[in-house]
Design a protein around this ligand. Structure first.
Ligand code: ATP
Length: 337
């Protein structure tokens, strides 16, 4: 029995959480993989109700669980996810961009992953006013850069692909901070002679993700660049509705969609739950590897292929060219599982 803490979120978060719970319940009842789910509040609603975007009870319930699933939260995201990533030392943000069939996408042959450093850079929130200026501190350490580089190389080694790591930075301008990041990655590369290593400036990478995305396998980059490039790469393969993500530490992990709370489509039963359900697939892989539980891996593959097969037959939500509602699409998935 795995204890899952589930942050239900804001905007489309509650609808995606309903979908996730339906799918987890079917896995529990029919596929005999047991879960105990605790729903938790965090985000804008929690802030207005309790005065805290990340209530203490939510933090202790997460710490008490085996793994956390997080639906998107709204304006208070920085006070929830950025805090959790640092508090739980979830240093690797893993964002795959994988083509699925019959998508309104730029490309249908892409399988890459962005490994984004998750604890430093401009996202530490160290900002202050100085005279008439506003200043933000950009913190990059050798320890965190080396750690994320190792994670990226290990990922490349395990992937059934071209085994290549592209380190993305802007060291020609930010010589100290990105210089340190690039050097740390290059040092780690020496320990992995079987993995191809290259460096690319972030502006060139943004262009190449559109021009020639097939050249990428694993991209390793700093926090802000990774955030931006992963929204872009998701668009190359089918949009945010199909984009899952993992936040991984040495002992704990949290899974969430790449996208935000999407208030423009909230409460209309049109959000695509695939981003969150594919995050569950990533969660099952992580649990399976951590607990040596092949059943988790098997069920994760089944979930992914169920989504894949539905989309292939044209059963899709509006964002990817179909006409299914969130609830109806979820029902198709639970039936097929
Ligand atoms: P954030 O800054 O928190 O990442 P954002 O305001 O940039 O959020 P998102 O919420 O990430 O925007 O989404 C951008 C747009 O993409 C939304 O306005 C919505 O139209 C679309 N979108 C995002 N997620 C989904 C989804 N699961 N299904 C369908 N459309 C989505």
């Amino acid at each position: 029995m795995y204890k899952i803490s589930l942050i239900t979120g804001d905007g489309i978060g509650p609808e995606l959480s309903e979908s996730a719970v339906s799918v987890l319940n079917i896995i529990h009842d029919k596929l005999d993989l047991k879960f105990d789910i605790t729903k938790l509040s965090a985000g804008d609603k929690a802030l207005s109700e309790t005065g805290k975007a990340l209530p203490d009870e939510t933090v202790s319930a997460i710490k008490n669980s085996d793994v956390c699933l997080k639906a998107p939260v709204g304006e208070s995201a920085a006070d929830v996810i950025v805090v959790l990533r640092r508090m739980l030392d979830l240093y690797a943000n893993v964002r795959p961009a994988k083509s699925y069939p019959h998508m309104p996408a730029l490309r249908d042959d892409i399988d890459m992953v962005i490994v984004r450093e998750n604890t430093e850079d401009l996202y530490t929130g160290h900002e202050f006013s100085l005279g008439d200026a506003a200043v933000a501190l950009r913190i990059i350490s050798k320890k965190a850069s080396t750690r994320i580089a190792k994670y990226a190389f290990e990922t490349a080694k395990q992937r059934d692909s071209m085994r290549k790591v592209t380190c993305v930075h802007k060291s020609n301008v930010m010589r100290l901070t990105d210089g340190l990041f690039a050097k740390s990655c290059a040092d780690v590369a020496k320990e992995y002679p079987d993995v191809i290593f290259e460096e690319m400036y972030v502006d060139a990478c943004a262009m190449n993700l559109i021009r020639q995305p097939e050249q990428f396998d694993v991209i390793v980059t700093t926090n802000l660049f990774g955030d931006i490039l992963s929204d872009e790469s998701s668009q190359v393969v089918g949009g945010l509705g199909m984009a899952p993500a993992a936040n991984i530490g040495d002992n704990f992990a949290l899974f969430e969609p790449v996208h935000g709370a999407a208030f423009d489509i909230a409460g209309q039963n049109i959000a695509n739950p695939s981003s969150f359900l594919l995050s569950i697939k990533m969660m099952l892989d992580w649990l399976g590897n951590k607990h040596n539980d092949s059943k988790c891996i098997e069920v994760g593959q089944k979930l992914e292929s169920t989504i894949f097969n539905l989309v292939k037959t044209g059963v899709k939500t509006k964002d990817i060219g179909g006409d299914m509602g969130t609830v109806e699409f979820t029902k198709q998935i639970t039936n097929n599982l």
